[in-house]
Design a protein around this ligand. Structure first.
Ligand SMILES: O=c1ccn([C@@H]2O[C@H](COP(=O)(O)OP(=O)(O)O[C@H]3O[C@H](CO)[C@@H](O)[C@H](O)[C@H]3O)[C@@H](O)[C@H]2O)c(=O)[nH]1
Length: 403
């Protein structure tokens, strides 16, 4: 379809767990005749390759990644940095305000709406100045966002005691978490600190935005979607998920299994040799790198259980302390030859989960993983690690009682 309709700007936050669903949504929007521009920084442009080849009418706006004192030069995506760098990436991207404003001002027919990630709250201020609508895209679920918005709106006092219980009494089912399971960005908030105030302002600007789109669905999160409509005081809260890629084609790339690279088809061939529902798939998303202690515990469990498994692991980034993270215990790989694959690198999780041989999914409860597990109909074992994952696990285990 040609792109002659309303012009919108799509602005993803550069992390795989955020980019994948917003681009899946953009894929769908592109079939409706909208004119679409996607904003990325140069190192993230290759990630647009699939969507640009499917929809050549989509335009790109490539703005340089603003330098930040805490981010090594050349790194522009959360996958290349430890998880606690998220606030720095958010702050760095905030520096795109002026360049983006200039782009709008000089464009002959600029966008009349911005769809931007929930970590880009400052785009609401830009939208206000330009007198256009800003729609928040949430790659997290409605229960998780209810908790996050409640924190930044009510600013409950925390005393830095990890066991302090935080009650969310206005949210349905009154979720309650010990402080250590609450958003680290909120836990680290210091009044008056410029980074903390930037983060707070971003979430409060999200709350004030014109609309909110979730990668979720009503049957899963009806009460939390309704809660948000009530809290925000409007009905422009949409659940458009589960968002999935247009088709599940395995890319023709190689991944490292043990010391040697194998094709992605090789991973699928391994699954082909396994009985139905016999393999445990293990993955902790695109950001979590296990500590060596966690690696040892998991490896020991896998060794003793005798089960078949695929373990997709993320290796430490340059900025991790290389000694403390991601070390596979000596001899483990040899001890599981034939029944276990340890994959370093990227294999399509959606593709693996849809294989008949998968019987369970050990997940960190990232929201995309949860939705992909539900769509594949695979039982999940919840091992939340941080961010919104404790809320997501609570939704599955305590609210829906699905796990
Ligand atoms: O080898 C891999 C690893 C990951 N994935 C995909 O990467 C995405 C990972 O997303 P998610 O499961 O949500 O985990 P994170 O990457 O950890 O996502 C971040 O963003 C999510 C959405 O806000 C949050 O729920 C998480 O807590 C946060 O860590 C999913 O689509 C997976 O299918 C692959 O395809 N192959």
């Amino acid at each position: 379809m040609g792109s002659t309709g309303t012009h919108i700007l799509v602005f993803p936050y550069p992390a795989q767990g955020h980019m994948i669903p917003i681009l899946d949504l953009t894929n769908q929007l592109a079939t409706t005749g909208l004119t679409i521009t996607i904003l990325v920084t140069p190192k993230n442009l290759p990630l647009l390759h699939p969507i640009l080849s499917t929809h050549p009418s989509i335009k790109t706006l490539v703005l340089p990644f603003p330098p930040h004192p805490s981010i090594p030069p050349g790194l522009e995506n959360a996958k290349d940095l430890p998880a606690n760098y998220v606030p720095f990436i958010m702050q760095a991207l905030g520096e795109l305000y002026e360049p983006l404003l200039n782009w709008f001002k000089s464009h002959p027919s600029p966008p009349s709406a911005i769809i931007s990630d929930m970590f880009l709250g400052w785009t609401q201020h830009l939208a206000c100045l330009l007198n256009i609508r800003r729609i928040v895209f949430s790659p997290s679920g409605a229960m998780a966002l209810s908790v996050i918005y409640s924190l930044w709106r009510d600013m409950p006092k925390v005393d830095q005691n990890d066991h302090q219980l935080i009650f969310f009494s206005k949210i349905p089912n009154c979720p309650t978490f010990p402080l250590c399971q609450v958003s680290p960005m909120y836990r680290r908030y210091i009044a008056g600190d410029p980074l903390s105030e930037f983060i707070k302002d971003g979430f409060q600007a999200d709350i004030a935005s014109w609309g909110l789109v979730f990668n979720s669905f009503t049957e899963l999160e009806c009460v939390y979607l309704d809660h948000l409509r009530k809290e925000l005081g409007h009905d422009r809260v949409w659940a458009v998920g589960p968002l999935l890629p247009p088709k599940y084609d395995a890319p023709k790339t190689k991944v490292r299994v043990g010391p040697t690279p194998v094709s992605v088809e090789g991973v699928m061939t391994f699954l082909d040799t396994c009985k139905d529902h016999s393999v445990v798939y293990i993955c902790f998303g695109s950001q979590t790198v296990l500590t060596n202690h966690q690696m040892e515990e998991l490896a020991s469990g896998l060794e003793k259980s005798g089960i078949h498994f695929i373990w997709c692991l993320k290796e430490p980034t340059r900025a991790h302390d290389g000694e403390g993270y991601g070390k596979i215990p000596l001899g483990f790989e040899n001890s599981v030859v034939g029944r276990g694959l340890i994959v370093r690198g990227w294999v399509s999780q959606v593709l693996i989960l849809s294989h008949r041989a998968i019987g369970a999914f050990l997940t960190h409860c990232g929201w995309n993983s949860i939705l992909e597990g539900i769509v594949a109909g695979v039982p999940m074992l919840a091992w939340p690690m941080g961010a919104d994952q404790f809320t997501n696990a609570t939704l599955l285990v305590d609210v829906l009682k699905w796990v």
